[in-house]
Design a binder for this molecule. Structure first.
Ligand SMILES: [Fe+2]
Length: 222
C-alpha cells in the first residue's frame, strides 16, 4: 500500500487554478532538445529531469529507480522558470518533461490513445504514490484532456480544457487519459511526476485557494 492524497480519492484528478507566476517565454519549450517518443498520440518529449540526468525518455525503472529523485538534464538550463515551478511544489519529483503533441485528426483518435501511465514501478510499499501534474504551456482552449475510469465507457468520462497555464493533477495510473488536440499548431505542456505526501498536498491546497470564476468552465463533465 502507498500513501495517497485525499483530494484525489473521489475522482482521481483535480483541476487547479491557472498558473499565475512569471510569464513563461516560449523559448523555455522551443529551445529544448526533443526525443522521438510516442505516448498518447504523435508525440515528442523533451526530458528536463531524467533518472540519471541523461537526455532520454526511458522509465526510471530501467535504471533501478522508482519515478522519483529526478536529475536535471542539459535541457534544464533552457527553462529556468519551469525548473523553478517544479522545485516550488516542494515534493520529490521524478520525470520532468515537456510533451509536444501534434494535432489529432479526430476524437476517435484520442479515444484510441487512452492509456494508463506506469508511475509506481519499483516504488516501495509505504511510500507516497506517484501522480502527475500538468502545466499547459500553449493556449489550446478548444483542446481537452480526456479522462475515463473505464476505457471503453464514455459515461465515465471527464474533460479538462487546455487553455494556457491550466494546471491539473491526475492519478494517471488510475485514470485512462489522452489529449484531444485539433491543432493546427502543436500543443506543449509540462508534465511532472510527483510523490504524494504532505508537500504535494500543501501545494495543491495553495493552488486551489482562490478559485477564479472561470474554474467551472475549465472542468467540464459530460
Ligand atoms: Fe500518459
Amino acid at each position: 500500500m502507498h500513501q495517497k492524497l485525499d483530494v484525489l480519492e473521489d475522482k482521481g484528478f483535480v483541476v487547479l487554478r491557472p498558473y499565475d507566476g512569471p510569464e513563461i517565454s516560449p523559448s523555455e519549450w522551443q529551445n529544448l532538445e526533443y526525443m522521438d517518443w510516442k505516448s498518447g498520440g504523435d508525440t515528442n518529449f523533451a526530458p528536463i529531469a531524467s533518472a540519471l540526468g541523461d537526455l532520454e525518455c526511458a522509465g526510471f525503472w530501467d535504471h533501478g529507480k522508482p519515478d522519483k529523485g529526478g536529475v536535471w538534464t542539459t535541457n534544464a538550463e533552457e527553462c529556468p522558470t519551469l525548473v523553478e515551478w517544479t522545485k516550488r511544489v516542494g515534493a520529490d519529483y521524478g520525470r520532468v518533461r515537456i510533451i509536444k503533441l501534434n494535432p489529432s485528426t479526430s476524437e476517435a483518435d484520442a479515444v484510441r490513445n487512452l492509456h494508463l501511465d506506469d508511475n509506481n514501478r519499483l516504488n516501495p510499499d509505504g511510500e507516497g504514490w506517484v501522480v502527475r501534474v500538468w502545466l499547459q504551456l500553449t493556449d489550446n482552449p478548444d483542446s481537452y484532456m480526456m479522462l475515463r475510469d473505464v476505457k471503453d465507457d464514455p459515461s465515465t468520462e471527464s474533460r479538462i480544457s487546455l487553455g494556457r497555464y491550466s494546471q491539473f493533477v491526475i492519478d494517471s495510473e488510475r485514470l485512462y487519459h489522452a489529449a484531444y488536440h485539433p491543432g493546427p499548431e502543436p500543443r506543449y505542456a509540462l508534465i511532472v511526476s510527483f510523490e504524494s505526501g504532505p508537500a504535494l498536498e500543501r501545494w495543491i491546497e495553495s493552488q486551489r485557494a482562490i478559485i477564479p470564476t472561470t474554474h467551472a468552465e475549465t472542468e467540464l463533465h459530460i
